[in-house]
Design a protein around this ligand. Structure first.
Ligand SMILES: Nc1ncnc2c1ncn2[C@@H]1O[C@H](COP(=O)(O)O)[C@@H](OP(=O)(O)O)[C@H]1O
Ligand SMILES: [Mg+2]
Ligand SMILES: [Mg+2]
Ligand SMILES: [Mg+2]
Length: 349
């Protein structure tokens, strides 16, 4: 089955959302120190991005039944304090739509925006089609002025069949080495993938796409790895023990969001390690788009026990311990190192 029509819609939705987020991040970074610790700009961007993606998908694919599993909901906007923020979101969405121009004079009301946000309440599951959206993945990176992503995937019968991953701050050139400055060169990448047809990357400004592939490195000594910037999201001590066992020499590259999956898909590094603390439940929108982008580029993503990631169980991923991603050649030795490190950690508790 081809998802070409859906892919066009997904790319358009993710790119327009990236435009909205860039505008907010720019304003956020230009504002004074005091308002940098104010979380409201990021809230505006999260909601605005979700409303925009929901609106664009429904406009582009009017004949399909629409189901969206997305991170945000309008609960906090429906209070008195939320009213002002809702008006700001609505203006932001309308300004972004107007700058694109393809939806005529359509102007959304605050009610339309609430409805668009709340269409993201679907539970997903193993039957039918469900869009999966993280309107801003890497909120903390977004606030810092670092990496973040707009991550949109499509599930069909519980499998990810398509993904569009916009990374507005990711350089077009490799970020493989930890000491490379991201300030150089053009930034803003859109990764996209359709099941069975590979992964492509294009500049967010619209120039033509190139096919990308994961790294072919099979000697762990030459490999480098990505992990979360935030130590609270993934245990850095555990990944460093795994890397040591494998013989990885390069220091980890720490960046926020699913930009890690994009960077891995184009071979900037060879391994992605994610080990949340016990009790944390991974959500499908934190991985769906990144998963297809990296697997269609030839990568493999499993949980720490080597089981494939299962997106068919609803809003959460049900998995053992953590997520590991690499190329097929390195996976067996990576799994072995993960098992050994987890055993050691277990026995030291
Ligand atoms: N304690 C925790 N452990 C693991 N992941 C967490 C976490 N707290 C938040 N997250 C998730 O980590 C995501 C960011 O991933 P990364 O660490 O790769 O940048 C967040 O997405 P949002 O920023 O969309 O909320 C959030 O869902
Ligand atoms: Mg997220
Ligand atoms: Mg998010
Ligand atoms: Mg969040």
């Amino acid at each position: 089955m081809s998802y070409d029509k859906e892919l066009v819609a997904a790319k358009k939705a993710a790119s327009l959302s990236a435009r909205l987020c860039q505008k907010v991040q720019k304003a956020l970074l230009q504002s004074d120190v005091q308002s940098k610790s104010d979380k409201s700009p990021v809230t505006v961007a999260d909601y605005g991005s979700q409303a925009l993606v929901s609106f664009v998908l429904q406009r582009e694919l009017p004949s399909e039944t629409f189901s969206l599993v997305a991170e945000e909901d309008s609960g906090d906007l429906c209070t008195n304090e939320g009213q002002e923020i809702l008006e700001r979101i609505t203006k932001l969405v309308n300004d972004t739509l107007a700058s694109d121009g393809s939806y005529g004079v359509s102007t959304l009301s605050t009610e339309d925006v609430l409805k668009a946000i709340d269409s993201g309440k679907s539970e997903g599951g193993s039957h039918g089609r469900h869009w999966v959206l993280d309107p801003i993945d890497g909120t903390k990176g977004f606030l810092r002025g670092d990496q973040y992503a707009i991550a949109l995937g499509l599930l069909e019968e519980g499998k990810v069949v398509l993904g569009a991953l916009a990374c507005p701050n990711l350089p077009l050139s490799s970020i493989g080495s930890a000491n490379q400055s991201p300030l150089h060169g053009e930034i803003g990448c859109l990764f996209f993938a359709e099941v069975g047809t590979g992964t492509y990357m294009q500049p967010l400004n619209g120039a033509s796409a190139v096919k990308v592939q994961v790294s072919a490195i099979d000697n762990p000594e030459e490999a480098s790895f990505f992990e979360s910037y935030e130590a609270a999201h993934s245990m850095h001590d555990l990944s460093s023990s795994i890397a040591k066992k494998l013989g990885v020499k390069a220091p980890p590259v720490r960046i926020d969001s699913q930009a890690k999956y994009g960077a891995l898909a184009r071979g900037d590094g060879t391994i992605y390690l994610r080990f949340p603390r016990k009790g944390y439940r991974e959500k499908i929108w934190d991985h769906a788009a990144g998963y297809i982008v990296v697997t269609e580029a030839g990568g493999v993503a499993t949980d720490a026990a080597g089981n494939p990631l299962d997106f068919s169980k609803g809003r959460y991923l049900d998995l053992d311990t953590g997520i590991i991603v690499t190329n097929p050649k390195l996976m067996p030795s990576l799994l072995k190192a993960v098992r050994e490190s987890l055993d050691e950690k277990g026995s030291s508790l």
